[in-house]
Write a protein that binds this ligand. Structure first.
Ligand code: SAM
Ligand code: SF4
Ligand code: F3S
Length: 476
């Protein structure tokens, strides 16, 4: 596997995409001969928004190849799990789910079981599936998504198992058909892969080298989303702040953000994830200036201790992180900040962990994604001595979540009586709508007869703050 940091010429040629379209037509004709009704696919995606976005493209290719879709796994003719490898728990869940669906094969001999995504990009996993799960028909990694029609055709025509998990620095295949999960909110990938090799993280090994989509493709997709009525566009990448580095044109993330902000329409822009080492004051100034960019910054810090940050290969110090956070709040007063944090990195001491707590206290995050370190085979951290027990890490973890709960509660308490612009996303339960503030705080509010706000921006006054969400009522 290459750890070089450049990835030019990664665009899949149009002829290859045309060839896959021909395979789609072939798959559709096999399916119509084999099934009386339109065959149904059950597709479930685990992991990050980038994986969800991949899932939307895979569904686009399946639709193009003649499949309909179902949420009921029992009636599916194709079951596809799009997997995540970021923590051991994510992998264990997949093995459990796959074992549990074996019985469906007996009821429907035509059923195809397929696995794809980050977990399958690891050789040891693909081998385990090959040996221990013989009823799985198709396994493919993250670099061949555009080849789904060809891979399916092989499975359908030969009846043999197909594995396509070769290592690669990665490609960009576009345009691909997309079947979106919804139209109120939209995922918009701007780049793929990662070059950072944080010592605990499997992503660079399973997603290939960092590569950026061309700005014109991104703008075209943004326009498409706006035309569909999308009101909340999230730009995706493992490190959006280094957008453009693999391209030969005058673009960076700040410029891209400004270009999307300048598009006509009533929508807000979010982005994730920002890496602190590449987060510039220019970007924070651009965020502050762009009226459509949500005043919400997800900036993972992982640890508040400099020795641990160095061992993690994060490329910034506690002081640099705090300087960015303070600058961001200076240019965007009221900015909502969220972050990712790892507890119990190998060798972390309790004293070092306490510096994570003091950083949290200083920044006052809206919410945190908190993880106990999970050893990922093949990463540098997997071979580091890890003397602290899982139980002990669990105690630290609760100390951290208690602190964050207190901060979140104090923050939401201050929202009482305030009115926020909220994008109404759907129903929490019958008669109760929900949505998010720009700062990404969930608000629930009763539906009002005669006011059709679903999928629209509306004003909601907070009446009852809870810890993680708030309740409110629609105002005019
Ligand atoms: N690219 C993003 C960044 O650097 O901020 C993070 C993407 S990663 C998919 C999401 C989060 O998972 C990370 O920020 C980290 O907190 C967590 N994570 C990754 N590897 C982990 C591991 N081995 N154990 C525990 N948490 C992990
Ligand atoms: Fe993983 Fe680090 Fe890349 Fe994020 S930046 S995906 S944590 S290696
Ligand atoms: Fe998981 Fe792959 Fe995303 S490992 S978090 S699905 S990039």
């Amino acid at each position: 596997m290459s750890t070089e940091t450049s990835s030019k010429n990664c665009f899949v040629p149009q002829e290859e995409l045309d060839r896959q379209k021909e395979y789609s037509a072939l798959v559709a004709s096999v399916l119509s001969a084999r099934f009386e009704k339109k065959p149904l696919a059950f597709v479930h995606t685990y992991g990050c928004q980038g994986n969800v976005s991949d899932g939307e493209r895979i569904k686009g290719l399946l639709e193009q190849s003649g499949y309909g879709f179902t949420e009921d796994i029992e009636e599916a003719d194709l079951i596809l799990y799009n997997t995540c490898a970021v923590r051991e728990h994510a992998e264990d869940r997949i093995y459990g789910n796959v074992g549990a669906i074996k019985r469906l094969k007996k009821a429907n001999p035509n059923l195809i079981i397929a696995l794809c995504g980050c977990m399958m990009q690891q050789q040891r996993v693909a081998e385990k599936i090959r040996k221990s799960y013989p009823f799985v028909n198709l396994v493919f990694g993250t670099h061949v998504i555009h080849k789904v029609p060809e891979l399916l055709y092989k499975v359908l025509c030969t009846g043999k198992r197909v594995f396509s998990c070769d290592e690669s620095d990665g490609v960009i295949a576009e345009p691909l058909p997309v079947r979106r999960d919804g139209t109120i909110k939209g995922w918009l990938p701007i780049m793929y892969g990662c070059n950072n090799f944080c010592s605990y993280c499997i992503v660079p090994y399973v997603r290939g080298r960092e590569r950026s989509r061309k700005p014109e493709s991104i703008i075209a997709e943004a326009k498409e989303l706006i035309a569909l009525g999308c009101k909340d566009i999230t730009l995706l990448g493992q490190n959006v702040n280094s957008y453009g580095k693999s391209l030969d044109c005058d673009i960076n993330f700040s410029k891209l953000l400004q270009q999307i902000n300048d598009l006509e329409g009533d929508f807000i822009i979010r982005f994730m994830t920002s890496h602190p080492k590449d987060c510039t004051k220019e970007l924070l100034d651009t965020m502050a200036r762009c009226d459509k960019v949500a005043k919400h910054l997800h900036l993972p810090f992982q640890s508040g201790n400099n020795r641990v940050l160095k061992e993690m290969n994060r490329g910034y110090t506690r002081e640099q992180y705090l300087e960015l956070a303070h600058y961001a709040r200076k240019v965007m007063p009221g900015l909502s900040m969220t972050s990712d944090v790892i507890v119990g990195f190998p060798g972390e001491t309790y004293e070092e962990f306490k510096e994570t707590l003091t950083l949290i206290d200083e920044v006052q995050f809206t919410s945190l994604y908190t993880f106990i370190f999970s050893s990922r085979p093949g990463t540098k951290a997997a071979s580091m001595p890890d003397p602290v027990s899982r139980d002990e890490k669990g105690v630290w973890f609760r100390e951290l979540t208690d602190l964050q709960e207190k901060i979140a509660g104090e923050r939401t308490a201050k929202m009482k009586g305030e009115t926020y612009t909220v994008l109404c996303e759907g129903y929490a339960k019958e008669g109760i709508l929900n949505g998010r503030t720009q700062g990404n705080i969930m608000i629930e509010f009763p539906e009002v007869e005669g006011k059709d706000v679903l999928g629209k921006f509306c004003k909601v006054k907070v009446t009852e703050p809870l810890t993680w969400i708030v309740r409110g009522e629609l105002t005019d």
